[in-house]
Design a protein around this ligand. Structure first.
Ligand SMILES: [Zn+2]
Length: 260
């Protein structure tokens, strides 16, 4: 039994001192041997402590506490009505139930706070997982598309060489005319801010077709792009030019690399 981790709710209740009897004993026995749960308990206590410290300033926790206390007072009120004309008891009316109910009210308020915190924590964990999954899925899709392109029998490989002394570097384009798919990998000089390297498909007939902007890492190495370009374009050459950030529909800047 004790080698089973308590559920988070039990740790929350334990941290609040609201766990009793056998359940409390089991959690204590487990905590004595489980570093993970001890760490979780410390986290829960940290959250509780920060809540208590900020309870006066922050709206939801204080409001929850206040509403709970108010509801309990309303529900308990009829039971302590003093008969008209009856002698006032030694203590002010209601003091007995306040003493009776106050600890329960505090415990309820604390539990409400814990659930509120747990919900918020869960919501943010779910959101983080969802974001991670989206990023991983996008990366997976990209890798799959590149490997499909690289393995297609009708994909051609074209080397690109530096086109001007000011732009050392070289690269390679994999191009599949039938799919309208293309990927560049290579090295380029680091980019000045406000600038971008734009890749072009130079067709056998007509004007250069923009094929996207290179992703340039700080060292300029290992850039690649996987743009969406029209299918069925017979290429004459590929070229990279230096353009304003965001790219342009037709080349305006100096040639950085080219190959045919
Ligand atoms: Zn455990």
């Amino acid at each position: 039994m004790t080698d089973q981790h308590p559920i988070e709710e039990q740790l929350d209740l334990y941290a609040l001192g609201a766990l009793e009897g056998e359940e409390r004993r089991q959690v204590e026995l487990h905590l004595a041997t489980c570093a993970d749960c001890t760490r979780t308990l410390a986290e829960v206590r940290g959250v509780l402590a920060s809540l208590v410290l900020s309870a006066e300033q922050k709206a939801p926790a204080a409001r929850v506490k206040q509403q709970l206390l108010q509801r309990i007072q309303e529900e308990a009120a009829p039971a302590i009505a003093v008969k008209p004309g009856a002698a006032l008891p030694h203590r002010p009316a209601g003091s007995w139930w306040i003493r009776l109910w106050a600890p329960a009210a505090v415990a309820l308020a604390a539990i409400a706070i814990v659930f509120w915190v747990s919900n918020r924590r869960l919501a943010s964990e779910v959101e983080t997982l969802r974001q991670n999954q989206l990023v991983q899925q996008a990366e997976l899709d990209r890798v799959r598309a590149i490997s499909e392109l690289a393995m297609a029998p009708d994909t051609v490989s074209v080397s690109l060489a530096s086109a001007a002394a000011g732009f050392p570097g070289h690269g390679r384009v994999l191009y599949n005319e039938r799919r309208g798919a293309l990927v560049y990998a290579g090295s380029v000089p680091p980019l000045a801010s406000g600038k971008a390297y734009e890749l072009w498909v130079v067709p056998q007939v007509g004007n250069p077709i923009p094929a996207g902007l290179l992703n340039v890492n700080p060292s300029g190495a290992g850039s690649d792009i996987l743009p969406r370009i029209p299918a069925g374009v017979a290429f004459k050459a590929f070229a990279i030019t230096l353009e304003p950030a965001g790219g342009v529909p037709a080349p305006t800047g100096p040639f950085v690399q080219s190959g045919a």
